[in-house]
Ligand binder design. Structure first.
Ligand SMILES: [Zn+2]
Length: 296
């Protein structure tokens, strides 16, 4: 158990450096973390609890956020900013046995997302009544999966990794225009993996959904705990089942072109604080070994 917590502390020390404004130190108990996010970005909130303070709830920008306490006395939480951010700064407020505390101050920076024009089968853009009914039904199924709630403690104690060894074909946030008709925003990262490439779990977690969806095709959703989910779509084959606990790097299926796609690839989604966010922001702060920082 202590090994797990040591790993957490080392990782969080790296992750938090990437998320915070330069020069800020939250080593002293009770000092709010200062975090800067762009739309779609994920960060790790770290707040050292004052001695004898027992937290009961964390709210960020009016949303309840899951958290856990490490052996180092820090409260940890994964926070995010929605893709369609209104760029309003907010505070993360912690209810405690000693009253309310501000655990973090969050600033939102602007980000421009690129545009892409795509041609797809018209039947997948202007849906038939039957397909529209199916898509609506599936939205409810997925909403119910998330409503079950994420595990209260993390399944994982290591950094997240990308699901497949392939180039990013389409990054998060691209504004997509389908057949000049419908606009949407790409709320995941596409990896240009050929058909049949093994797809691995980004981290340890529990499979909470497997199934064939109209838009996403064969899909796996993994709950990693504390409100963090990863989603793997357009798979040709799924190799896990609901309630399986999978290890980091474990093969959960193979890439394909099921659902609404223009060719084989892996669509990788990350859900934090109820929003589909940029998985690259979760992985970027460190390499898969956790020894080297990339980007930022
Ligand atoms: Zn995609």
């Amino acid at each position: 158990m202590s090994g797990i917590h040591r790993a957490w502390m080392a990782w969080m020390a790296i992750a938090v450096c990437a998320a915070m404004n330069p020069g800020h130190s939250a080593s002293d108990a009770g000092i709010p973390a200062e975090i800067s996010l762009t739309p779609g970005q994920i960060a790790v909130l770290r707040y050292k609890l004052p001695a004898g303070t027992v937290p009961s709830a964390l709210r960020c920008g009016g949303k309840d956020v899951q958290y856990f306490i490490g052996e180092d006395g820090y409260l940890n939480a994964f926070i995010s900013e929605p893709c369609g951010s209104r760029h309003v700064p907010y505070a993360c407020r912690l209810q405690t046995s000693k009253g309310e505390r501000v655990a973090a101050k969050v600033a939102i920076e602007k980000k421009d997302f690129p545009r892409a024009f795509l041609k797809v089968d018209p039947s997948k853009v202007t849906l038939s009544k039957k397909d529209a009914a199916r898509a609506a039904r599936e939205r409810k199924i997925i909403a119910a999966v998330y409503q079950e709630g994420s595990a209260a403690t993390p399944y994982f104690d290591q950094p997240f990794i990308f699901p497949v060894e392939a180039k990013v074909g389409s990054p998060y946030g691209v504004r997509r225009i389908f057949n000049k008709q419908q606009k949407s925003q790409h709320l995941g990262v596409d990896f240009a993996a050929g058909e049949g490439t093994p797809v691995q779990s980004s981290n340890r977690g529990k499979v909470v959904f497997t199934g064939d969806l109209f838009y996403a095709g064969n899909t796996v959703i993994i709950d990693h705990g504390v409100g963090v989910y990863t989603i793997y779509a357009h798979l040709s084959k799924i190799d896990v089942k609901r309630s399986d606990v999978v290890e980091k790097g474990e093969v959960i299926g193979f890439s394909g072109k099921t659902g609404r796609v223009t060719g084989p690839h892996v669509h990788w989604g990350v859900r934090v604080m109820g929003e589909l966010c940029d998985g690259q922001s979760l992985v970027r702060a460190y390499s898969s070994t956790g020894l080297k920082m990339e980007g930022q």
